[in-house]
Design a protein around this ligand. Sequence first.
Ligand code: PMP
Length: 402
Amino acid sequence: MSQTEQIIERGKRVLIGNYARLPVVMARGEGAFAWDADGNKYLDLFAGFGGCVLGHCHPALVAAATDQAHKLWHVGNTFYTEPQIDVAERLNKFAFPGQAFFCHSGMEANEAAVKLTRLRGGQSSPKKWKMLSFNKSFHGRSLAMVAATGNPAVKAGFDPQVPGFTQVEPGDFDALAAAVDDETAGIIMEPIQGEGGINLYPPDFAARVRKLCDKRGLTLIFDEVWTGCGRTGHWFGHQYFADSSGKSVLPDIMTLGKAVGGGLPVGIMFARPEISALLTPGKHGCTLGANAICMAVCRTIFDVIEREKLVEHAAKLGEHGLSRLRNESRIKVRVVEARGRGLFIGIELKEEAPRIVEKGLEHGIIINLTSKKIVRLAPPINITPQQWDQGLDAVINTIATI
Ligand code: PMP
């Protein structure tokens, strides 16, 4: 047995089998590349489910983590620490005026957002407590987020579902409006559905949802766990929403995960101050949330993205990628469509291709498959144009030779 096979055997014995792991041991990463334990090199077009938004071991992030590790790791939220304030200030600068709560994951950020929504709804009469979300959505794996998620496979085996969560068809405004009753507290939606297959909404849909929320006193949560931090060619995915007059569409609460940690565990709930004020001492918390090392890295992610103009870079590379994928004659027979925004791209295949990720590895790329037929690309947003073209060549070869 090779050394790699031995490691895999050890892993199979002691790791729970809730992930369909590939038979590869990843050992090292640098920029957009990762190497396995046998020295094979891969261009990473999925960035650890979007977490490594600046690629692997970015020198500025390594320096931020190392510097902070020599200063202070964690004291708990009974004290002020500066790195988390710096992060919250950056969110005010790049998103909208608000206040931040820090935790470790997207799921926890969404839990906090729903709790806050209920606190707000509890002030009305009758009390508002129910949430609406969409089919094909994904919001996390806690019991409440399983109930919020619009995917029967995620819910299966975990009944009874947490009450108060209903899903409607994404993009169907009339169905959404009809589902609101006097007890509805809020709506949670991803600006682009990620796990559901890179699904966008009809133009104007988000603006109409915003108006509905205003009219019925509902809290609007944008789950930006996938779409935050420049990935979509905007700082945040909701920034591509506009009403018919071009006015932007803002949420009451935005949740973040994945990219904000650059590969470390960071989740953020960011809320308009009138609403966040309801989260008074004792109402919510997270022991290690906002630990100084994660926050120093998070702050640096925003700074690198701004300094290196990576939002614009992602938009430009995304357009180039979509145009290549849409015009490539070699894959036309196999593809329904290529869609997405920025460096968040889904290629919907005509037929299921369960082995396509392994095939990608054989072509030297890391890609992902979701909803059985949708190949997802979410490379580090600082991937170079040359690397991106090299990756697209390999994606096209992989699909052409399924
Ligand atoms: N929201 C969305 C939109 C997600 O895609 C995910 C994870 N894929 C989550 C929430 C949950 O994030 P985490 O795994 O960090 O809990």
